[in-house]
Design a protein. Structure first.
Length: 372
């Protein structure tokens, strides 16, 4: 290196930072022995700030624009160095560029479930995740509190700390709000805005500002979600008797498609008789309301209906079913001697084998063997 090249390398006359990355937050301008020529050009591009540091102390901070460095536009540095009457020789100082653009789509989420006390479900655990946007608003404080002497500070070096801060504040705010878990999904936007305002001051302590925080999902444990799905299903089903009749109709249709199955055939036959009986009961009153036509002979009265029984299968009440339907259930194995039944006039549910009208469906038990 020649003497002139060395001098040009020592005396910097243009200070700038061309950032071709998307995650660099701080860049320390490098040059030989930190010597800067008085009258050098400082170029600060949009989305940047330049911080001058003298002997470990934050001096002047420059926002976007072009500056000709002199004692007039470096008031703090001039005071620190004692330039009372101006100074035209090269001087030493650190120049640190800080990116002041918005860093978007940063992710946050709970590593562990958050325990809450919900008004409807009681103690419950939830998980949550989303995204947020930050921006450096005080470059000097950001360098002092976070960056220190790091000359090439990237976004990855601070995201873990910010994420932990968000999750900690999120847990406190959610617990204090006492918002029902089922209402959180309908208030993601309002919840994000509320949390953003609450943690705004925490970020300012680092020279940062959280511009926006989004709550994208709040989930419950798998077992709770399954129980909630069952609860929703029961609400959709509504009338349990009507749902049982609907299932009986589906079973009859399936049995008709598989005539070879004994159990399916018996169940299908029994369900068919039951549905026919119910349809007959529903239609008979309507037919009785119609007056007989004078030109036609009077129809005989309807045949008296046999006693109909309700049955309990898998803890669910079904019926009523007539004797033909019950016989089909017994044949198919759906109704056994210990199956509880009830009809109008009975004081309580009774095992089918103990009801005189139904005991014959199960056959007589053989007597005990004679002694040897």
């Amino acid at each position: 290196m020649g003497i002139f090249d060395k001098l040009r390398g020592e005396l910097v006359d243009i200070i700038e930072w061309l950032d071709d990355t998307q995650d660099t937050m701080v860049y320390r301008f490098g040059r030989y022995q930190n010597e800067i020529k008085m009258g050098a050009q400082l170029i600060v591009r949009p989305g940047q700030a330049a911080v001058f540091v003298n002997k470990g102390k934050i001096a002047d901070v420059y926002e976007e624009g072009m500056y000709t460095l002199s004692t007039d536009n470096m008031p703090i540095l001039s005071t620190l160095r004692g330039w009372k009457y101006g100074f035209n020789s090269p001087f030493k100082a650190e120049v640190i560029f800080v990116s002041t653009k918005r860093f978007t789509d940063l992710k946050w989420g709970t590593k562990h479930p958050i325990m809450l006390r919900d008004a409807e479900f009681g103690p419950i655990r939830i998980r949550a995740f989303g995204s947020y946007v930050i921006k450096v608003t005080d470059p000097g404080k950001f360098i002092k509190e976070i960056v220190s002497t790091d000359g090439d500070f990237n976004l990855d070096e601070i995201t873990d700390q910010l994420r932990n801060l968000i999750v900690s504040r999120f847990a406190d705010i959610i617990g204090e709000s006492k918002m029902p878990v089922l209402d959180m999904a309908a208030n993601y936007d309002e919840l994000g805005e509320f949390i953003t305002k609450r943690i705004h001051e925490d970020f300012l302590n680092y020279g940062l500002d959280i511009m926006k925080m989004l709550v994208e999902n709040i989930s419950l444990p798998k077992a709770v979600e399954e129980a909630l799905d069952k609860r929703s299903s029961m609400g959709i089903i509504g009338n349990l008797n009507q749902f049982t009749q609907f299932q009986a109709a589906n079973a009859m249709e399936d049995a008709a498609k598989n005539p070879g199955g004994m159990a399916g055939g018996g169940l299908g036959m029994g369900m068919g008789f039951a549905m026919a009986n119910q349809m007959g009961n529903a239609m008979t009153p309507q037919q009785q309301q119609q007056p007989p036509q004078a030109s036609q002979p009077t129809a005989p009265p309807p045949i008296p209906q046999a006693a109909a029984f309700h049955i309990a299968i898998n803890g669910q009440q079904s019926g009523p079913f007539d004797m033909a339907s019950l016989k089909g259930f017994v044949t198919g194995g759906q109704v056994k001697a210990d199956t509880l039944v009830w009809k109008q006039g009975m004081a309580q549910w009774t095992a089918a084998g103990q009801v005189p009208e139904l005991s014959s469906l199960f056959g007589a038990a053989p007597p005990p063997l004679p002694p040897q």
